[in-house]
Design a protein around this ligand. Structure first.
Ligand code: UDP
Length: 494
């Protein structure tokens, strides 16, 4: 128990069950455990734990105080097959609500565990708003992990407070987001469903927002130099305590497979900046017709590529043919079905561009690797991230999708092969615009590497330095222990 041991702070991490939230949060937990005097416990369910077991075991062998507290997932209670414990493993739409139901069943055991262990700090994903009350009851600070950038958090707040989308009459009419450091235009069609029309998800988001305001502060996987005006806006104008500690993918080595993935060996044979990487995150599955347009567009562009394909249903014969040409001509392209080693791919010198759905982790991993992007947003806050990539950082080309879409509907093909070819050429053909974006992306990549090194801005946010007491550093009293909170944690106490 941390609060009884004056030389150790015990921090509990509660990650959400989707890769885009879970991966960076496990990185953060592992990063915190590298600091002396910190003990970390991650609350996780059985099948999710299998994804991180090896990394955690390696950390333990290195002498870090880190452990997984494994809970049994209530699969039979909610009617889910064994092993479906994460949003990326759902195979039909009716499974998603059952996952939420399972989380609410687990709430009681998590609360009991936290009450018994009396942590010094709870670092909770935003999707567990009830941890705010629990932290208050226990008398420890709660930090919220948001999973996105200060830019997008500021956009969400602008929309929440000013409702600019209510001032337009058509879905495609543009409006400006009030109160932001830059002039950002959006349309109603690019906003999430729950923002356009109130539904049960809007209510959940209200509860999440309210619990954030009652929390000690917010942790963001980003870095100050990437979005200084938005970090300042969030802290000063919106009055929140927040710490940037990213890019976390650069701070901590993720699980490395013993065998090198085929695609990395293939990349070794390719020229620098010549290969396009295409991936739409861990959740999205495209209709076959859209996959066919991408395949034809890529073929027409003539650029080699690695494409992570997640599709709906079984492939038809025609698609099998398509696959064959991809496989036969390995100098042209490579398809990965299943999980790709994304960070290693992006960091490979042969990668020259990333077609991304603009999930925040993907964007930041691309920035960290110095790779410019082709932005193809789909759902969540990805249209906000698209604006950040193309208009604020200016390191990406827009594919030009206009419509927020949580599930790509069968029959809808928003991007045709001609457009795919056009944007790929814009970025990869060596024109001035593409060159300029590549140069800026490389500079940001260098900056990202500096901020996580000693003396860098992100590093300073998770490294306590007695000599560097500054306004971001607070004293918090937790039971009998007085400890300094910098990113919510810092040790030793005076
Ligand atoms: N990812 C990966 N391999 C894949 C697909 C995804 O390593 O085949 C990782 C990716 O590197 C990122 C996360 O999964 O860290 C996806 O998060 P993001 O925010 O980009 O998108 P989401 O999946 O949440 O939509």
């Amino acid at each position: 128990m941390g609060s009884q041991n004056h030389h150790q702070l015990h921090i509990f991490f509660l990650p959400f069950i989707a890769p885009g939230h879970m991966i960076p949060m496990i990185d953060i937990a592992r990063l915190f455990a590298t600091r002396p005097g910190i003990k970390v416990t991650i609350i996780i369910t059985t099948h999710n734990s299998l994804l991180f077991n090896n990394s955690i075991d390696r950390d333990i062998i290195s002498g870090h105080q880190i452990q997984l507290h494994i809970l049994k997932f209530p699969s039979s209670q909610v009617g889910l097959p064994e092993g479906i414990e994460n949003f990326n493993s759902v195979t039909s739409p009716d499974m998603a609500p059952k996952l939420y139901q399972a989380i609410s069943i687990l709430q009681q055991s998590i609360e009991q565990l936290l009450r018994e262990n009396h942590p010094d700090c709870i670092i909770s994903d935003m999707f567990y708003p009830w941890t705010a009350d629990l932290a208050k009851e226990i008398g420890c600070p709660r930090l919220v992990f948001q999973g996105t950038s200060f830019f997008s958090l500021s956009v969400m707040e602008s929309i929440r407070c000013h409702k600019p989308h209510d001032t337009v009459s058509a879905e495609t009419e543009t409006f400006i987001l009030p109160g932001l450091p830059d002039k950002i235009h959006m349309t109603r069609s690019q906003l999430p469903d729950h923002v356009r029309t109130r539904n049960s998800y809007s209510k959940l988001m209200d509860v999440i927002k309210e619990s954030e305001l009652r929390s000690y502060g917010v942790i963001v996987n980003s870095f100050y130099e990437l979005e200084p005006s938005y970090a300042d806006h969030y802290r000063n104008f919106m009055g929140r305590k927040a710490w940037q500690i990213g890019p976390v993918s650069l701070c901590i080595k993720r699980e490395e497979k013993v065998e090198k993935h085929d695609c990395l060996s293939w990349l070794d044979s390719m020229k620098p900046n010549s290969v396009l990487y295409i991936s739409f995150g861990s959740l999205s599955r495209f209709p076959k017709a859209q996959l066919a347009e991408i395949a034809s567009g890529l073929e027409a562009s003539g650029h080699p590529f690695i494409w992570v394909v997640r599709e709906r249903g079984k492939p038809s014969e025609e698609e099998d043919d398509q696959r064959r040409w991809l496989k036969e001509d390995m100098t042209k392209g490579m398809i990965i079905r299943g999980w790709a080693p994304q960070v290693a791919i992006l960091e490979h010198p042969a990668i020259g561009g990333f077609v991304t759905h603009c999930g925040w982790n993907s964007v930041l991993e691309s920035v960290a690797a110095g790779v410019p992007m082709i932005a193809w947003p789909l759902y969540a806050e990805q249209f906000y991230n698209e604006k950040f990539v193309t208009e604020v950082m200016k390191i990406g080309v827009r594919v030009g999708v206009q419509e927020w879409n949580s599930l790509m509907e069968e029959g809808k093909v928003p991007v045709k092969k001609e457009r795919v070819k056009e944007v790929v050429s814009q970025l990869m053909d060596g024109g001035d615009e593409g060159k300029e974006m590549r140069k800026r992306a490389k500079e940001l990549g260098e900056m990202a590497k500096r901020v996580v090194e000693e003396g860098g801005s992100s590093n300073a946010n998770y490294t306590y330095d007695r000599r560097r007491e500054r306004p971001g550093c607070f004293n918090i009293s937790s039971k009998s222990v007085m400890f300094r909170l910098q990113v919510g944690i810092a040790w030793p106490a005076a």
